[in-house]
Design a protein around this ligand. Structure first.
Ligand code: ADP
Length: 209
């Protein structure tokens, strides 16, 4: 039996709605959502790691891979020890990680990727607009400046987009990110519910056929 975390990746450019959708999915029994960016943001900015995060994210750059994977794996482990995330019961929904091929390789020993939901938005400017709005609402330093948003996009196109080719194309599912949150959610559920049902027993649900 595999001891790796059974995982779905939410994939897509900055502003595609991974965080919004991940949060909703995480409310559903049998799904556990973790956003890498959010874990970084909860760090004390006076700690060493917090300062490293601040330094890179304020420029729209990725935090170095070794630091990221170590922080992520320790964080995940803590969540399992606390029984917040139960690997035998919950499908893990990751967003914001892996962000490049090196991270994908390093993560391989921890996660088994069952499916990748690729949120696609053909209108780049619409997504940039979303980031600007969010920055104002949430007081985010990284997206407050136009140049940082553009840099985040460049990093996505150059380093993150190639991650898709690292995985078997059969597990990559494209979902249009342009609709309302409810309609995007509906399409994501069409992809992830069968995966969740086929990999986990659902004690409260119908007996799988
Ligand atoms: P959100 O999706 O909530 O906007 P992000 O995932 O963009 O948050 O993360 C914000 C910042 O955190 C990134 O710009 C980057 O500096 C850092 N970060 C998040 N995830 C990673 C990762 N997997 N590898 C390296 N840096 C990361």
């Amino acid at each position: 039996m595999s001891t790796r975390y059974q995982t779905i990746l939410l994939f897509g450019a900055p502003g595609a709605g991974k965080g919004t959708q991940g949060k909703i999915l995480g409310q559903i029994p049998g799904f556990y959502h973790l956003s890498c960016g959010e874990v970084f943001r909860t760090l004390d900015i006076n700690s060493k790691l917090g300062r490293v995060f601040q330094e890179y994210s304020s420029r729209g750059e990725l935090v170095p891979d070794d630091v990221t994977i170590q922080m992520w794996s320790e964080n995940m482990h803590a969540r399992t020890v606390l029984s917040e995330y139960k690997p035998l019961v919950d499908l893990l929904v990751l967003d914001g990680i892996p962000r490049n091929v090196t991270q994908a390789k390093l993560l391989d020993k921890y996660i088994r990727v069952l499916e990748i939901v690729h949120l696609v938005c053909p209108d780049k400017e619409a997504m940039i607009q979303r980031l600007r709005r969010r920055a104002l609402k949430e007081n985010r330093v990284d997206d407050a400046k136009e140049e940082v948003i553009r840099r985040r996009w460049e990093v996505y196109e150059k380093e993150t987009a190639p991650v898709l080719a690292f995985y078997d194309s059969k597990i990559v599912r494209t979902v249009n990110a342009m609709g309302s949150p409810a309609s995007v959610l509906q399409h994501i559920l069409e992809v992830v519910v069968p995966v969740q049902e086929s990999h986990f027993r659902n004690p409260l649900g119908a007996v799988p056929v």
